[in-house]
Design a protein around this ligand. Structure first.
Ligand SMILES: [Zn+2]
Length: 468
């Protein structure tokens, strides 16, 4: 087995910051020791590789619990494949993704899941797991959910939005939550009132309001808050925990906060786009706002302070990306003249770790919290801890050596995601990935990609480890 020693770095986890040397043996972390102990000299003897991490952080690889590689949406497909998207993730210091397999109406869950296994297998640069989108809650689907939990797919996404596509009604949602209460699964909810939103879309288009900015107007913050409230109450009735995905509105956050204050297991994630972008971007001149069309939508900038606060108080527990890129040319352009036809989604899997480090630089969160929301909590939430999400003996050696002082400018010219624009074009940030290990193998180092497709393995997950 090959051994790697990472010396003199500041090892940062969700709980600790300590100057330490790390021994990687094969695919796992074997030991940590203080530099003064001299232990690393012994380890370095016969090691295949010694990495000098002086003045750098040594952090767990990122866990992005919300990606959509190759997702079919609105008559096209998300432009990153499992190959290109996971490679871009590695470049950005993320070593685990949990993507969404899709069951469509009339299809069994098994058929949907098998199709996603086939897309991912042999193509991923980093380890990957799946949540299951349950698009058709039927007696059969409910039985299949029990089977999936037994097989390590322990989380299920439902939609209160997109009538006629992924939408579930309240009765279907309640039944799925009851099933989760029995089998230990975690229901993830896209919380927007899609029935009401569709009325507002039709009214806006009838008034000739076709520009991208109207996407943000019709997907009203109160319709996110209403659906969030309803999802939480249905979960309480069913006796199941609930996880709200891509929360963007402060009114929706207030619903999660109230539920958590009453002791209920409600959790929520937000995404970097809601922390750094706003309706100002959606309203950019011409059709450029289409680059910023995602659902839930970007909100006015004043929501951002509440989201940062929610991250500090743990009413927001996770930051994932909802990575779902569509090229501006030809894909976003499907919605020229009709904002409702713009494919919903943004690229982000490569920039999450850096943007959250920038939040440390800016003083929004501390270093431990950076690691907690980006690595540790997502691993616990979705049953991967401590194999993923921290640096501990016996855990997978998914490790990022991070240079906190290096500057970089985000741009489509230099990113590795398969999409023709960056949401953060020209933005200067501080900090960047130096070296990435995925299960002990160096996959990124010194500006070079050293891995290959198929390095990443499928992850069988346990049930949620984050319940109170
Ligand atoms: Zn999503």
């Amino acid at each position: 087995m090959s051994r790697t020693v990472i010396r003199n770095g500041l090892v940062v986890t969700a709980t600790d910051e300590v100057l330490a040397d790390v021994l990687v043996d094969g695919e796992q972390v074997a030991a940590l020791a203080t530099p003064e102990s001299g232990q690393a000299d012994t380890w370095a003897d016969g090691a295949e590789r010694v990495i000098d991490a002086t003045d750098r952080y040594v952090i767990p690889g990122g866990v992005d619990a919300h990606t959509h590689m190759e997702l079919p949406f609105g008559g096209t497909f998300a432009s990153d494949t499992f190959e290109t998207g996971t490679r871009a993730a590695a470049w950005g210091g993320t070593t685990t993704i949990i993507d969404f397999a899709v069951q469509t109406v009339g299809q069994s869950i098994r058929e949907g899941l098998d199709a996603w296994f086939a897309k991912a297998e042999g193509n991923c640069a980093i380890d990957y797991g799946f949540h299951m989108i349950v698009g058709d809650v039927t007696d059969q689907s409910l039985k299949e959910m029990d089977m999936l939990v037994g097989e390590g797919i322990t989380s299920f996404k439902l939609f209160m939005a997109y009538p006629g596509v992924f939408y579930s009604d309240d009765g279907q949602i309640l039944r799925a939550m009851q099933a989760a209460a029995g089998n230990g699964g975690l229901i993830m909810m896209h919380a927007e009132n899609g029935i009401a939103i569709d009325v507002l879309i039709a009214q806006a288009l009838a008034r000739g309001q076709t520009d991208p900015k109207y996407h943000g107007v019709v997907r009203h913050a109160l319709l996110e808050a209403e659906a969030t409230h309803r999802a939480i109450q249905l979960a309480r009735v069913a006796g199941a925990p609930v996880y709200i995905v891509h929360l963007s509105a402060l009114e929706a956050l207030a619903e999660v906060t109230a539920a958590r204050d009453s002791g209920f297991n409600a959790f929520a994630e937000t995404c970097p786009q809601y922390l750094y972008l706003s309706t100002d971007d959606l309203g950019r001149p011409g059709f450029e706002g289409a680059k910023y069309v995602c659902s839930t939508p970007l909100r006015p900038a004043e929501h951002q302070a509440e989201l940062w606060k929610g991250l500090r108080t743990n009413d927001l527990s996770v930051v994932s990306t909802d990575h779902c890129p569509f090229c501006f040319k030809e894909q976003k352009e499907l919605g020229l003249g009709d904002f409702s036809k713009i494919p919903n989604g943004l690229p982000g899997v490569e920039t999450r770790m850096d943007l959250l480090h920038q939040a440390v630089v800016d003083g929004h969160i501390g270093r431990n919290r950076w690691i907690e929301i980006a690595c540790t909590t997502p691993a616990k939430m979705f049953g991967l801890y401590p194999r993923k999400g921290t640096i501990t003996p016996g855990g997978d050696a998914d490790i990022v050596v991070y240079d906190p002082n290096a500057g970089q400018v985000l741009s489509a010219d230099t990113h590795h995601m398969n999409v023709d624009y960056s949401c953060y074009e020209g933005r200067s940030i501080t900090g960047r990935v130096a070296t990435v290990l995925s299960r002990g193998k160096v996959v990124v180092d010194g500006g070079e990609y050293l891995g290959r497709k198929g390095d990443g393995r499928y992850l069988t997950r346990g049930t949620c480890q984050y319940l109170r």
